[in-house]
Design a binder for this molecule. Structure first.
Ligand SMILES: [Zn+2]
Length: 266
């Protein structure tokens, strides 16, 4: 139930979309550090170079599938990123880059995790920290304290260690299924508030369940989040901030990971 469309990161080839018809919504506002800035328009954001965003789900030995990597593969992936001079960036840094043209560190990559699995806290975070990397963890709030999923304390611990905690809905229902105001309340507004009390800070980033979105849903999410992340789907040129592309990382060699990143985000 927690898994969706199969998009294989290391095999995926990206299609680009050139017909940007973005609205001009230039406005002065604040960046994530509270400084007043002039915002890029949707067209300007859409035209910017896309930063690689990776998405992991399960990190587990002895399990096969596009949504699982072994613990040794995960460690090898983090090591090659660090050894190759990649710098992990936060969603806040990505937002400031897209909206305010803030400079990113050299070779930036955003490393994200969906579905609140317990090994994100017990395996992924420690391995990343050992390599000087930080990630973004998207939580389904229905999973608090359930077997194989993170506890509230583990989620709070991620935020404390410098990782970003974002929302992945209440129960993994896709955004395209939210019809009534009560659906938005149940899947977005309430779990966002709950997660904020757990991490002690604003939850400003969203990952779409199954990576699935439509234009209307993406527009609606902009009322709640600075950025929303899809999977390999083409971005929406009108709301590029709410349709940021990621690639799912499957079991593959560290070299294949680097190749896939370069190919998908060139
Ligand atoms: Zn998911």
């Amino acid at each position: 139930m927690l898994l969706g469309l199969v998009f294989s990161g290391c095999k995926h080839t990206n299609k680009t979309n050139a017909n940007s018809t973005a609205v001009n919504n230039t406005a002065s506002t604040e960046d994530t550090t509270g400084v007043k800035q002039v915002k890029n328009t949707s067209a300007q954001i859409y035209a910017k170079h896309q930063i690689p965003v990776l998405c992991y789900h399960r990190i587990e030995d002895g399990k096969k599938g596009d949504y699982t990597v072994s613990t040794s593969t995960f460690s090898a992936h983090m090591k090659i990123l660090a050894d190759s001079g990649y710098h992990s960036i936060s969603p806040a840094q990505l937002y400031d880059y897209l909206v305010f043209n803030k400079t990113l560190p050299e070779k930036p990559v955003l490393i994200s995790f969906d579905d609140s699995r317990v090994e994100h806290a017990t395996i992924a975070a420690p391995v990343m920290e050992k390599n000087g990397l930080r990630g973004a963890f998207f939580i389904m709030t229905i999973t608090y304290n359930k077997k194989n999923y993170m506890t509230r304390e583990q989620i709070a611990g991620l935020a404390k260690a410098g990782h970003t905690v974002g929302l992945h809905s209440w129960d993994h229902t896709m955004v395209t299924k939210y019809k009534e105001a009560s659906d938005w309340q149940k899947e977005v507004a309430e779990p966002k508030k709950k997660l904020e009390t757990i991490v002690g800070k604003a939850v400003e980033y969203w990952a779409y369940p199954n990576g699935v979105f439509d234009h209307k849903g993406a527009e609606e999410l902009s009322k709640y989040f600075k950025l929303s992340f899809s999977l390999s789907t083409k971005r929406d040129s009108i709301v590029p901030l709410q349709t940021v592309r990621r690639i799912i990382v499957p079991e593959c060699t560290p070299q294949a990971l680097l190749k896939s990143m370069r190919r998908s985000f060139k």
